[in-house]
Design a protein around this ligand. Structure first.
Ligand code: SAM
Length: 269
């Protein structure tokens, strides 16, 4: 892990970054004018986008509670984002203080704030790795300093894979990461879709492209494909608010429009 001062020097405030745009949507303060303007542009296209971001985050809370309830004690969270309480380790370590967590992100602003991700319980452990998901071998190698790859690990790719285009072989990346995990591990995915509002989705994709970034929404079938060869747990692939809502306390607000994020948790055989 490189230090925070180096990270601060590498933060580019001249173009929007997905981590900071998401932070703005969640009501955070770790973002710049360029991120706010981009986010407000998205809200103008789709006024429900803030609710979508929150529903996604609440899914992470519930999925982590579900995993902790199954006795999972190790987590590898790639595309962690800017710390937003409660972070994954807080939920996991509330259930089991010995839980070990490795966070991974490629944005220097996340590294800059990583100390908030590293306040582990004394019995457990948290680590932060600055890496790109497109280099799964490096991630597995570095995570091995904290995680035992002979024991089940929950791999979470929450609101990450839609930033990985087809040209980067998103499916190959996920397979290589899952291959490194032992049987009994879990894969957790949340992924944006354009299935319900294709025109608005295409407009948002175009805005990302103009800003020099990739957004690749995927259909239900395309998201399901990430779980090939694994067993999806109940309720299967669902829209974010519909995945085990009873695991609250965060209750997604009831709305008329579907939240365009497919989510799923699957077990490796
Ligand atoms: C929308 S945020 C999601 C944060 C968190 N997982 C959540 O759902 O609340 C997406 C995160 O993925 C990170 N990210 C995007 N592309 C990445 C890549 N190629 N490798 C690693 N992280 C990436 C961004 O920096 C950002 O922090």
């Amino acid at each position: 892990m490189t230090d925070g001062f180096d990270a601060a020097a590498r933060i580019d405030t001249s173009k929007m970054h997905p981590a900071r745009v998401y932070d703005y949507l969640l009501g955070g303060k770790t973002n710049y004018v360029v991120d706010e303007e981009f986010a407000e542009g998205m809200i103008a296209v789709d006024p429900t986008v803030r609710n979508t971001a929150m529903s996604n985050r609440w899914f992470m809370h519930r999925a982590t509670r579900w995993l902790a309830g199954r006795g999972v004690g190790q987590y590898m969270d790639i595309g962690t984002g800017i710390p937003t309480e409660p972070n994954l380790h807080r939920i996991a370590q509330q259930a089991d203080p010995t839980s070990r967590i490795v966070y991974v992100d490629n944005d220097p602003i996340v590294l800059r704030h990583a100390e908030a991700l590293l306040d582990s319980t004394p019995e457990g452990s948290t680590d932060y790795v600055e890496a790109d998901v497109r280099d799964p071998a490096q991630i597995v190698e570095k995570a091995g300093a904290t995680l035992d790859f002979k024991q089940p690990i929950a791999l979470s790719l929450i609101a990450l894979l839609h930033f990985v285009g087809d040209e980067d072989d998103a499916y190959g990346i996920v397979s290589r990461l899952v291959d490194a995990l032992p049987a009994g591990s879990y894969l957790v995915i949340a992924h944006v879709t354009g299935d319900f509002a294709p025109e608005e989705s295409a407009e948002v994709v175009a805005r990302y492209r103009r800003a020099g970034s990739t957004l690749r929404p995927r259909t239900k079938k395309e998201v399901e494909q990430f779980f090939d060869g694994m067993d999806l747990v109940e309720p299967g692939l669902a829209l974010a608010p519909d995945w085990n809502p009873d695991l609250g306390p965060d209750q997604p607000p009831a709305g008329d429009t579907p939240v365009p994020v497919y989510v799923g948790v699957a077990r490796k055989r």
